[in-house]
Design a protein around this ligand. Sequence first.
Ligand code: NAP
Length: 323
Amino acid sequence: MKAIRVHKFGGPEVLQLDDVPDPKPGPGQVVVRIRAAGVNPVDTYIRSGNYAMLPTPPYVPGNDCAGVIEAVGEGVTRFKRGDRVYVVRTTMPLSGAYAELAACDASMVHPLPANVSFSQGAGVSVPYGTAYRGLHHKAHARAGETLLVHGASGGVGIAAVQLGVAHGMTVVGTAGTDRGRKLVQEHGAQHVLDHSAPDYLKKLMEVTGNRGADVILEMLANVNLQKDIDVVARFGRIVIIGNRGAIEINPRGTMGKDAAIFGLALWNAAPEEMASIHAGLGAGLANGTLRPVVGQELPLKEAARAHEAVLKSGAYGKIVLIP
Ligand code: NAP
């Protein structure tokens, strides 16, 4: 089969299309014929060699993908050949998502409802899993509260908007482009702000009657954490999802409000939490509440272009690779 492999960490150019042996399912595993693979910012951090947990090269990047079951290993009864699925985790580094086939533990694979395309399915696991864990498991968001999705136009952000709206929250989403803001509005945010405008947080205070946001899901904490502390409501919860550097903050701002700041890494979710996340996401996908947005589909061989694009501003849902 064809697969993208990284032979040594480096820039996007190290993503190289190789011929590799087809994976075979071990006991408890399935092999998925991949129809679309999701490109996440974390794939670029790993590829560059700057991440807490690194695979040993050569490796096939990526975990998020969707496709059909090609083969089932010994002991697997939940799936049969031909079933449509989305994948939470491949057996990367041995077998990753940027490929025609991937081996996965059957517990890391979920049914993909018929109303969800393969490209959309490739945008479920990391983006929706992270947004769900941030909103429900960390912030314990309640219906009627106000949610600020600080960076709402990308993969995690659009997922968070949809989840917040479905949960009965008032959702305020930010984006840096007109196109991104239109998207955020189309997905149900009641208020949409421009995070590159100088006065945008003044507008947030206006639309919340000067209370601020009860829950903030933060995509770029090194830029925004102090602003979040300034605009979080009393007893509010700030969840750091994305961060690309250092920032100086004044913690005093959290004290008078009894506000909390949580860090989040999706891979810290315990198996029972992951089961809860995917039960929620599966239901939301099936009933149409959750509709992953695919902004760009690129051929598998253009993985390097996808890695450049995913780090650029002007996000619009997901970028996916088509084998
Ligand atoms: P993405 O699709 O590339 O989206 C990035 C988002 O950040 C866009 O909405 C972008 O908006 C926004 N942004 C850019 N500048 C901003 C600013 N000054 N203030 C607020 N938002 C700003 O990436 P993603 O997949 O949604 O992931 C978002 C971040 O979360 C990434 O850093 C990723 O590594 C991280 N992440 C962490 C976990 C975890 O487990 N902790 C899991 C998934 C993702 P515009 O482009 O419209 O400006």
